[in-house]
Write a protein that binds this ligand. Structure first.
Ligand code: HEM
Length: 510
């Protein structure tokens, strides 16, 4: 009996010792981390709980749920008065400085060696572990160079994939209403459509490939949260452990892509004029082309190209799905008497009827969807996926907010048709209206970033969302929703209302 008691005491004693050792080790790790973090001048105001040791611990805990409120608070108290402020970050990251709008242009003009985008991405996403140390600048540079210039020729393919995937997800029942989980619907459409321009058809339809891409991206998001919470000094161990599933999904992706990339490398080498057909125009080919242009022969293997695709898949898929999800929720929860859906349906069908070429949208036709453009930009204004990128003033969704400026201008033009208008003023106003388009970034429209590193995918996204909305509205009725399901914020990241459902029914052909 006494011996048993001694064993229990000894066991619990060793448990205590182990627990104390872990606590001690964690404190030392955070202290080491602390010595690496930058210190900001006392003159910079802070939001959150303040600066001392206890306040820092409270900030780390509060970061998960209060970050969004802290930024809103700082915006009211400091940004509006043209002052920068410091906002606490996750335990493994330094606190961040939020600059006021007036300093955004100066900041964005700083060269990468002073303010590095890739370092910033690395700080948030831990690329060294999550993307296997692949420098994301090569694929990003490739996207900047090739996507916009090839996009017009790709519109028919993009349209084809959009129509086919919407048909598959929204169904063909013209009699009964079908209930769909909206997030699942977007995730069944966006990866396929995005991969039209990343890997091309038919791989963009390969279910196993798409599933492993989405699973990989989910791992990146989850691991970022985990690594945010661990002191940076432990990342070399924790980082390598948590990315085991990333490797697994990369491996599965590689098996699907290997023959496709081998064929593409072969086609590229045998085409002496590099006269690539639209079928071959996608990121795989652009990476090959860019590697040749820059003499980067080590980039020309299926393994390397499979890895290069990952940061772009990450930049493209959840961002688009979150944006599309929010857009439909904003439209469906707007007062039906405003007639948004009918007006968008009319605009898309009128422009399509007069401007399509062989049944396909064109760049010129898509650029005439002014109401649709305004409805999307307005939703992005309200429902961005990362807090610190944008400020919001009125919190109400007003689909025609940007369109109205154009409408007013066009009405004035008609009134003045026979008079002597002020040409210079009209030109200025026209330029101002152009800047209100969804792809035109500015310090007032930061949803796609701004400056040299503004999103190169935004022209594609604009086409994609417009074609989707047009097809959806022309082919389906969707029941309005009584209340806007609210997203949730975890740290800086938005989690869309994943449970939201909608009811849809295929429209009968007349
Ligand atoms: C609605 C959807 C999207 C939104 C809201 C969005 C937003 C953004 C934002 C805010 C940035 C700047 C990040 C920063 O400054 O660090 C960015 C960068 C980027 N985006 Fe997008 N994006 C979207 C879709 C896409 C798509 C579809 C692609 C590719 C097909 C893409 C590719 C990229 C790339 C490569 C960068 C890095 C640019 C650079 O660092 O120079 N994005 N995006």
């Amino acid at each position: 009996m006494a011996a048993e008691l001694a064993m229990v005491v000894e066991d619990s004693f060793s448990l205590w010792r182990a627990a104390l050792a872990i606590v001690f080790f964690t404190i030392v790790s955070f202290l080491v981390d602390f010595t690496w973090k930058p210190r900001y001048g006392k003159s910079l105001p802070r939001v959150g709980y303040g600066d001392g040791v206890l306040a820092t611990v409270r900030n780390w805990i509060g970061y998960m749920v209060h970050y969004n409120d802290w930024v809103a608070d700082g915006y009211e108290r400091y940004s509006k008065h043209n002052r920068a402020f410091v906002v606490p970050s996750a335990p493994s990251r330094p606190s961040e400085i939020v600059v006021p709008r007036s300093q955004a242009a100066w900041m964005l003009e700083l060269p990468d060696r002073v303010l590095s985008t890739s370092q910033a991405h690395n700080d948030v996403l831990y690329n060294d572990y999550q993307f296997f140390g692949t420098d994301d600048q090569f694929p990003i540079r490739t996207m900047h160079k090739h996507l916009a210039r090839n996009l017009p020729a790709l519109i028919p393919q993009i349209q084809h994939e959009i129509h086919a995937s919407i048909d598959a997800v929204f169904g063909s029942n013209t009699e009964e209403w079908t209930t769909l989980n909206l997030w699942d619907a977007w995730l069944a459409i966006v990866p396929r459509v995005t991969n039209t321009i990343l890997v091309g058809a038919p791989t963009c339809r390969h279910k196993g490939f798409l599933a492993s891409q989405v699973a990989f991206l989910d791992c990146v998001v989850r691991n970022s949260f985990i690594l945010n919470m661990f002191p940076r000094v432990l990342h070399p161990i924790v980082g390598r452990l948590v990315v085991a599933p990333n490797w697994w999904h990369l491996w599965k992706t590689y098996h699907v892509l290997k023959p496709v990339i081998e064929q593409r490398l072969h086609d590229y080498d045998s085409d002496t004029h590099k006269n690539l057909t639209p079928d071959n125009q996608n990121l795989i080919t652009w990476l090959i082309h860019q590697a040749h242009t820059e003499g980067l022969t080590h980039e020309l293997t299926p393994w390397m190209i499979s890895q290069r695709l990952l940061p772009i898949e990450f930049a493209a898929i959840h961002t688009t799905a979150i944006t599309g999800h929010a857009l439909l929720l904003d439209l469906l929860t707007s007062d039906p008497s405003l007639g948004y859906l009918d007006a968008l349906r009319d605009e898309t069908s009128q422009v399509f009827a007069s401007e399509n070429v062989n049944g396909s949208w064109t760049k010129a036709a898509l650029s005439q969807l002014h109401r649709t453009d305004s409805a999307i930009r307005e939703s992005m204004r309200l429902s961005h996926f990362a807090t610190a990128l944008t400020h919001r003033k009125p919190e109400r969704y007003d689909a025609w907010r940007f369109f109205r400026v154009r409408e007013g201008f066009e009405a004035r033009q008609r009134d003045q048709a026979h008079g002597d208008g002020d040409k210079e003023r009209d030109m200025e106003e026209m330029m101002r209206i152009k800047r209100l388009g969804m792809v035109t970034t500015s310090d007032a429209h930061l949803s796609f970033g701004h400056g040299r590193h503004a999103c190169p995918g935004r022209f594609f996204v604009a086409h994609e969302l417009k074609i989707m909305l047009a097809y959806l509205l022309q082919n389906y009725d969707i029941k309005p929703l009584s209340e806007r399901p609210k997203p949730m914020w975890i740290g800086q990241t938005i989690v869309p209302p994943l449970q939201a459902t909608i009811e849809v029914r295929r429209r009968k052909r007349v």
